[in-house]
Design a protein around this ligand. Structure first.
Ligand code: KG4
Ligand code: ZN
Length: 351
């Protein structure tokens, strides 16, 4: 089945075309430079920009796949979680196509998309898998029994890991977004220069990253590290060391929980997904973890780590091929749980 997929939940306008499980094209138009002056995504600007770009991005995805709308047999679109104004641009665009062309359409959970990105280039990755999804908005561990069968094993109770990087970078005056800037600098610093205590959460399998902001602020104060006068300024060695220590601490925390989940859950494979999966130290450490436990590992190439529509096509194809059609209940949801009885209840409520 030839599928067109659209993603517009945050600050990337993306479209992809796939023939079943085979990806034909993936186009991503990023708004990152637009939001940089604000140090974060401005929802109204993002939504307006999606609206201006979506037709062109879809046309490019079709032409790069050497196909056209007449050949498309099904549609998939991110329906949540995300910024509602942004999600609505993709949802309305795809709904209009579905109506005009009488095509089946499925709404895809953005997190399911990130998880599914693990199978884009490793189609035979064995189930059950343990998926660590780490982005600017989410940090969670999932047990994936099969496509469509997810159980959350742990999630952050406050900030996401990417958010911890972004907020720390903002405090130090480093370029936006903070994650890539911190990753680049960290390799030149001493990861043991500054101490970050282990996060303790009583009786709960959860992540917590909000404490890192306070710790960074405190380290800056004590070591007399001033924010950079402008993002391109040369950072002092103490700042480089602080950045290296922060990256080390965040990655250690992610790995600690992943190892716990792995020992309790005994999966056959590991998936690392989401924007923070671009982090070099995290990639190295998770590779080591998979090797230690003899597990298959999927870390998508960088172009599928950040938000993209290839992952939405991959997640949507199973439902489309099973004959699912969400046309009469397709909508945008700011929050949208995935997996477990809770999700089942809430998706019924949304219908
Ligand atoms: O998945 P994504 O593109 O968007 C969300 O759904 O959030 O993830 C963006 C996040 C940002 O917080 C960004 O700072 C982080 O991913 N990020 C990184 C790296 N590249 C992007 N964090 C750490 N190291 C990187 N190399
Ligand atoms: Zn994302």
């Amino acid at each position: 089945m030839r599928v067109l997929a659209v993603e517009s939940s945050c600050d990337e306008t993306a479209a992809a075309v796939a023939d079943g499980r085979r990806l034909l094209s993936s186009v991503v138009s990023s708004q990152v430079t637009l939001h940089a002056p604000y140090g974060g995504v401005v929802p109204e600007i993002a939504a307006r920009h999606h609206l201006g770009r979506i037709s062109e991005v879809v046309e490019r995805a079709l032409s790069e796949a050497h196909t056209d709308l007449d050949a498309i047999e099904g549609l998939a679109v991110t329906c949540g979680p995300g910024l509602v104004g942004c999600l609505l641009v993709g949802v309305n665009f795809v709904r209009a196509l579905a109506l005009a062309r009488r095509l089946p359409v499925v709404g895809v959970n953005h997190l399911e998309g990130h998880i599914a990105s693990g199978w884009l280039e490793t189609p035979l990755l064995p189930f059950p898998a343990l998926a660590l999804v780490v982005s600017g908005g989410h940090t969670a561990l999932w047990r994936v029994r099969a496509f469509g069968e997810y159980r959350q094993l742990a999630r952050t109770r406050d900030d996401a890991a990417g958010e911890a990087f972004d907020k720390a970078a903002k405090m130090m005056g480093l370029p936006y977004p903070g994650g890539p800037a911190i990753d680049r600098l960290a390799s030149q610093g001493d990861p043991r220069a500054f101490a970050f205590g282990e996060v303790r959460i009583k009786g709960e399998a959860a992540f917590s990253f909000s404490g890192y902001k306070t710790a960074v602020r405190e380290h800056m104060r004590r070591a007399g590290i001033e924010p950079l006068p402008h993002p391109e300024a040369e950072p002092p060695q103490a700042m480089v060391d602080l950045v290296a220590s922060l990256r080390h601490a965040v990655v250690r925390e992610l790995l600690r929980r992943a190892r716990q989940a792995l020992l309790a859950d005994r999966p056959r494979s590991l998936v690392l997904a989401g924007g923070v999966a671009a982090n070099r130290l995290l990639r190295e450490e998770i590779t080591r973890l998979a090797d230690e436990h003899g597990l298959a590992l999927a870390i998508p190439p960088l172009r599928y780590c950040g938000d993209n529509a290839a992952m939405i096509a991959r997640a949507g194809i199973e439902a489309l091929e099973a004959g699912v059609n969400h046309l009469d209940r397709l909508d945008a949801f700011a929050s949208l749980p995935l997996g477990g009885p809770e999700a089942e209840r809430s998706s019924r409520r949304h219908r």
